[in-house]
Write a protein that binds this ligand. Structure first.
Ligand SMILES: Nc1ncnc2c1ncn2[C@@H]1O[C@H](COP(=O)(O)OP(=O)(O)OP(=O)(O)O)[C@@H](O)[C@H]1O
Ligand SMILES: O=C(O)c1ccc[n+]([C@@H]2O[C@H](COP(=O)([O-])O)[C@@H](O)[C@H]2O)c1
Length: 199
């Protein structure tokens, strides 16, 4: 495996948490720990994106965001901070997932995201392909629960919603879960607005 690509063995279930991480905060760490536990994941890989295709704003330099993400996690043994999208040259999540599935045959990936991202998921490139190729774990986020449940993606794939996260990674997609959990209200935009992170 190339440098910067984490090692994973066949049969492992790996959560992918894509994000701008501009900056990483306790909310990211919280949903990661919860997903590991509640979805029986072997690892979670943070995919620090070079740029969200739907966000016009240029984020802080990738190296700064990665450094902060690593500090935030405090060296958690089952969480890897990666720049896989930069290494693969992908921007759309659907492309990233296709490439990772081809590179890691036999590994099961679960796409993780906060409920706010489910609300606008139908605006993502080839979003149906994402739901058809990997299981998806949606984690509750303050203020987004109702809109997420009513979202185009949730409604279109409602028959594929499963009630429990434990076996999610071993289910044949499409399969997605909405995990209710004690919520954390941290947000990168709020941290930026308070001037606690470079603009
Ligand atoms: N507090 C939180 N609770 C649940 N999910 C979260 C939380 N913070 C971030 N996430 C999720 O983590 C992923 C990456 O989030 P991102 O890096 O965009 O942080 P953010 O706080 O949402 O940033 P911004 O405020 O700039 O939009 C997304 O799927 C997002 O929904
Ligand atoms: O593929 C897309 O069209 C797409 C559109 C919007 C967001 N994403 C991905 O969603 C993840 C969360 O983005 P963000 O900026 O909300 O942290 C990150 O991995 C983005 O690359 C992907």
């Amino acid at each position: 495996m190339r440098a910067g690509f984490p090692i994973a063995s066949k049969g492992m279930v790996i959560g992918l948490l894509g994000g701008s991480f501009d900056p990483a905060h306790e909310g990211h760490a919280h949903i990661t720990r919860e997903a590991l536990k509640r979805m029986n994941l072997d690892q979670v890989w943070w995919l620090v994106t070079p740029g969200n295709p739907l966000k016009p704003r240029q984020p802080a330099p990738l190296a700064d965001r990665v450094l902060r993400a690593k500090r935030m996690l405090g060296g958690h043994p089952r969480v890897k901070v990666t720049v896989l999208e930069q290494a693969l040259g992908t921007r759309l999540t659907a492309d990233t997932i296709d490439r990772l599935r081809a590179l890691y045959p036999g590994v099961r990936f679960v796409w993780l995201m906060g409920a706010d991202n489910l609300v606008q998921f139908h605006k993502w490139g080839r979003w149906r392909d994402i739901l058809r190729s990997v299981a998806v774990g949606v984690l509750a986020r303050p203020g987004s629960g109702v809109a997420a449940r009513l979202s185009v993606a949730a409604q279109s794939f409602r028959v594929h919603r499963v009630q429990r996260g434990e076996g999610l990674g071993r289910q044949k997609p499409p399969a997605w879960v909405f995990v209710n959990l004690p919520m954390n209200d941290s947000s990168s935009s709020e941290i930026r607005a308070r001037g606690l992170w470079r603009k």
